[in-house]
Design a protein around this ligand. Structure first.
Ligand code: F6R
Length: 615
């Protein structure tokens, strides 16, 4: 979603702002803009569409770009008002002395706008951000102090915000503030940075201060001062940023998505490292803070997540119920919020989120935290808002995921859920699955090699992708533990190729979706050699009888059954319970190559954002 960058120092601000914004592009956006300061004036440049359009505009402003050593920048993902140049940030006030960029949503913007209109404020855009700009500028009119103006204004604002503000009368500073939206201050020498996420500044500094909610900061080139909501000066720790600049390079791959798909074997090794040491040993999960006694008292598990993370949660339900014998519900966070959910101190709530910043999941977690449930967070961002809400933080350490379509973070979430399910089982003293668990642990250890084997030869998948890339619709079917694989495979395909793809439990096909089947509707069936093989095969027969083209993804297909399929993708042999971790690699690749044949913007699909920070 939206991204913020700010710079104050001696270097060319325009270059740092554009480079920072380019590292936030992966989050999804539809317009961009910068404000550059020199000679006590502020120059605002904006463009609709890709960041390159803004770069083109700046090429014509070389005089300003060469002088400006302070500036703020933004990429916008439209919420209030169309994705036009006018609505792009930065926004300003009547006298144009004050300039603001903003992430988040101002909930009471209508109310504030009416009040500001009565003071004579003139609005140019349809955005809620412009309301905040006028509000802070109005407060400046009373205080003549940017810090005080910000402090007064944020008290009047309802909603979520990360602000980065400048005023022509105070050229030595940038003032920042945040509530329920991330903002960090990158610490440099003789220069400082502001960003909504680490990739924007990692190439310049590895030291940063995380601003907390309700804090306001004054950033100068050689000092940073932070104030709490009572106006007291506070000291925030300077933290070491966890990423290498390398992590945001494509490393020779055509797209980040392809690179991230190929990183999945190492991602599995990372998650297992230190937790699973040989198939005879118990799972070691120090991060999980519930005592054995409390684990035995857990009466229910609730998994809350969105999108791809939700699909990982559905696999989690299957294995937690099977091994740990605890009833488990999985629900999209956006629905969980609006129900009278039942939870108490014996409830384990598992929030799953790649970004750790998904607004719906944050709200759901905050809501259930009040009921004293134990909150475990599985996230790829140990520095995120969600991580800070966790009673037990289970970081997945998949490395930064740049492609908007989640791949390696899904893999990491799956493996973390296997670890957690087995850990719960072992701590409850359940022994009846001991032999099966030994086998699964051994297979988990072998999984990275199997993923690598699969990735070594993708010719067949590429050929099938090409063959099916002209279809407009797709159905994915599976049963049991691979039902979520069907949902996730369909989601990947629609996200990056815009083909209408839907995942169904294979048994549900005949209860409605079968009406859509004909030669124009390919069906992709996931059939592993486990308990549901025969049943999924019957569902494939039903599809075939309606002339649907059939693609099978399986670790084994009996010779007698092979003719049923138009195309087959055979994965390395794997036990039924671990098969989602291999099947998904095939489905990710299929989606990737189809989108690539169609010439789509694989890493930044239209309308999507990497981190969905609005409810
Ligand atoms: C799909 C995708 C989204 C996210 C969803 C939740 O490829 O990336 O569906 O999974 O927006 O995001 P997180 O996991 O960051 O909470």
């Amino acid at each position: 979603m939206c991204g913020i960058i700010g710079y104050i120092g001696d270097k060319k601000a325009s270059e740092i702002l554009i480079s920072g914004l380019s590292h936030l592009e992966y989050r999804g956006y539809d317009s961009s803009g910068v404000a550059l300061c020199c000679d006590d004036k502020t120059y605002i440049y904006k463009a609709q569409g890709k960041l390159n359009n803004l770069v083109e505009v700046l090429k014509t402003k070389e005089d300003i770009c060469s002088k400006a050593t302070k500036g703020i920048g933004h990429i916008r993902w439209a919420t209030h008002g169309l994705p036009t140049t006018l609505n792009a940030h930065p926004h300003t006030c009547n006298c144009k002395n004050f300039t603001l960029v903003h992430n988040g949503i101002i909930e009471n913007y209508q109310e504030l706008k009416e009040e500001l209109l009565s003071y004579g404020c003139i609005f140019q855009s349809q955005t809620d951000t412009e309301v905040a700009a006028h509000l802070i500028a109005h407060e400046y009119g009373k205080t003549h102090d940017l810090l005080k103006a910000m402090q007064n204004a944020v008290k009047k604002i309802k909603g979520a915000f990360a602000f980065c503000a400048i005023h022509n009368n105070e050229p030595d500073k940038i003032v920042v503030a945040k509530r329920n939206a991330p903002l960090i201050i990158g610490v440099g020498e003789g220069e400082n940075f502001i960003a909504s996420d680490i990739p924007a500044i990692i190439e310049y500094t590895k030291k940063a201060i995380y601003l907390s909610d309700y804090q306001v900061g004054v950033v100068k080139k050689d000092s940073i001062q932070i104030y709490d909501d009572n106006g007291n000066l506070v000291i925030n720790k300077v933290e070491h940023l966890p990423f290498e600049a390398m992590a945001i390079s494509k490393m020779g791959y055509k797209h980040f998505m392809l690179k991230e798909i190929h990183e999945q074997s190492d991602v599995v090794r990372n998650v297992l490292s230190g937790k699973l040491i040989g198939h005879d040993n118990k799972i070691n999960l120090d991060e999980f803070k519930l005592t054995q006694e409390k684990i035995k008292n857990i009466t229910r598990v609730q998994i809350i997540a969105c999108g791809t993370s939700l699909h990982a949660g559905l696999v989690g339900k299957y294995i937690i119920e099977k091994f740990a014998n605890i009833p488990t519900d999985v629900e999209p966070s956006s629905e969980y919020i609006y129900r009278d959910t039942i939870a108490d101190e014996n409830t384990l709530v598992i929030g799953i989120s790649q970004s750790g910043e998904t607004a719906d999941t944050i709200t759901a977690i905050k809501q259930v935290k009040e009921k004293n449930a134990h909150i475990a967070i599985i996230t790829n961002r140990a520095d995120s808002t969600m991580a800070r809400l966790a009673d037990s933080l289970l970081p997945v350490n998949a490395g930064i995921e740049v492609s908007v379509a989640a791949t390696k973070s899904y893999m990491a979430q799956l493996i973390s859920l296997y670890m957690l399910a087995i850990y719960l089982m072992e701590n409850k003293g359940i022994t009846k699955f001991d032999n099966e668990i030994k086998k699964i642990k051994q297979e988990l250890i072998e999984l990275p090699n199997k993923i690598e084997a699969l990735l070594e030869n993708t010719d067949n998948i590429q050929k099938i992708a090409k063959k099916y890339s002209s279809y407009k619709d797709f159905i994915f079917i599976a049963r049991g533990i691979n039902f979520p694989s069907a949902l996730e495979g369909a989601l990947k395909l629609k996200e990056i190729s815009y083909i209408n793809a839907t995942g169904y439990g294979a048994g549900e096909l005949k209860h409605g979706p079968i009406a859509m089947l004909d030669e124009n509707m390919p069906v992709l069936a996931i059939l592993n050699s486990g308990i549901v093989y025969d049943k999924v095969l019957s569902n494939c027969e039903e599809a075939r009888a309606r002339q649907a083209k059939l693609i099978g993804v399986a670790d084994y297909i009996a010779d007698k059954d092979k003719d049923l399929f138009d195309d087959l993708i055979i994965i390395p042999p794997v036990c039924d319970l671990l098969s989602p971790a291999l099947n998904i690699v095939v489905l990710q690749l299929l989606a990737y190559y189809i989108a690539e044949y169609l010439g789509k913007d694989v890493d930044q699909p239209r309308n999507l954002a990497k981190s969905v920070t609005v409810e």
